[in-house]
Design a protein around this ligand. Structure first.
Ligand code: PRP
Length: 183
């Protein structure tokens, strides 16, 4: 898929396919270096992280294991309430594991803040975060994020795993949508 396939839906491309590929290679090499000699468990947070996980994992030289979680915000309907419900839990026992959470985006940071303490409470030896995108202006909680691909403005973005009403996840770049798509 490329921009021609999307007609007038795209307002602005924020991160190109080439930029993503290049940055993921750099991040993978940092991860290889930092985890040298240690067994790593990559934990992907469904569904947005699917693309990052697939490409990051293949850019690594380390022999990692992968597992997946699906979470959803509880109650109020706003995804940034910070109260999270597990829809699909990990299959792996985290005791003494070195866990690297793989995310597509950190918006308010509330999902990851909850996830960090949840995974740490399971007795992991370490839990770190790797995200392709972060919105510094939207962050509501202090989060120690070890690996960040790109900081993006506080706008609604789609592509590379990120959706609008479940669409656009397979767009290979990160972009903002034209207003007519919402209207
Ligand atoms: C997105 C993203 C993060 C979360 C970030 O997931 O993948 O998990 O929101 O938001 P926060 O920093 O404000 O907590 P979403 O709930 O849209 O689900 P999806 O990955 O299935 O699209």
């Amino acid at each position: 898929m490329d921009q021609n396939d999307l007609g007038t839906d795209i307002e602005k491309v924020l991160v190109t396919e080439a930029q993503i590929a290049h940055r993921l290679t750099e991040m993978a090499s940092d991860i290889d270096r930092d985890y040298q000699g240690r067994d790593v468990l990559l934990v992907g947070v469904l569904k947005g992280a699917v693309m990052v996980m697939a490409d990051l994992a293949r850019a690594l030289h380390s022999r990692v294991r992968m597992d997946w979680m699906a979470v959803s915000s509880y109650g109020s309907g706003t995804k940034s309430s910070g109260v999270v419900r597990i829809l699909k839990d990990l299959d792996t026992d985290l005791k003494d594991q070195h866990v690297l959470i793989v995310e597509d985006i950190i918006d308010s940071g509330l999902t990851l803040s909850w996830l960090l303490s949840n995974l740490r409470s399971r007795g992991a030896a370490s839990v770190e975060i790797c995200t392709l995108l972060r919105k510094p202006e939207a962050v509501k909680v202090e989060l120690d994020v070890r690996y960040v691909g790109f900081d993006v403005p506080n706008e609604f973005v789609i592509g590379y795993g990120l959706d609008y009403a479940e669409r656009y996840r397979n767009v290979p770049f990160v972009a903002t949508l034209a207003p007519h798509v919402y209207q």
